[in-house]
Design a protein around this ligand. Sequence first.
Ligand code: 13P
Length: 251
Amino acid sequence: MIRPRLVAGNWKMHTVPESASKLAAEIIQHKSEFGPVEVALFPPFTSLAAVREIVGKSKIRLGGQNMHFESEGAFTGEVSGTMLKASGCSMVILGHSERRLYFGETDQLINLKLEKALEGELIPIFCLGEKLPERQNGKTFEVLERQLAAGLGGLRFDEKQLVIAYEPVWAIGTGVNATPEQAAEAHRFLREKLSTLVGPPVAEKLRILYGGSVNAGVAGALFAEEEIDGALVGGASLKAAEFVEIVKKAK
Ligand code: 13P
């Protein structure tokens, strides 16, 4: 396989250090069953230290759910990429629809954050995806193209430095996942556009994850699509057994 699969757990605003340690330990117990699949955990900031202890020197990656576009400064309440790096993170989720929707993050802001993450050698999982009315009005590709071009504008990276996550907003936390065909169609479109942005050799090797109501029941069908290089899992990543099952389906 030219693109090693990645299954990432976005714990969102769930867990405190104690429950985060427990969840991470339950997942890591199964690491010998993960095969070649890369696994990454994204606890809230306050649980990073606890999860880092558990992950230790295993290959499981640790990541932050967001970051600021400066390294430090008078930005009360913010966390920088430098801080994430020093806390054991090698990845960061950027552009998540919940950040766009509830915290007013724009394509331009996300572009600045992506630039900073790349500069600091944190691998961003750059999220994008259309809302339900946009899909219903036939605007899906237009939205994806805009988010992709604006988010990545002026940036240089290769397939090891960045991951894309297609997360249709209507599928997040709703229990309604995109069908494998819908996801594959969007991934194909994104890869085609990436080709013009970064050139075909890199575009071919960049990983595009699917996110939105992924659970153990639907993971197999999604991963059967060769365009789907893994998953960004929300709710189901809070249940160790189910998350492990999803990882195994990606093998
Ligand atoms: P759910 O898996 O809970 O739908 O969340 C998906 C998501 O937003 C991952 O980033």
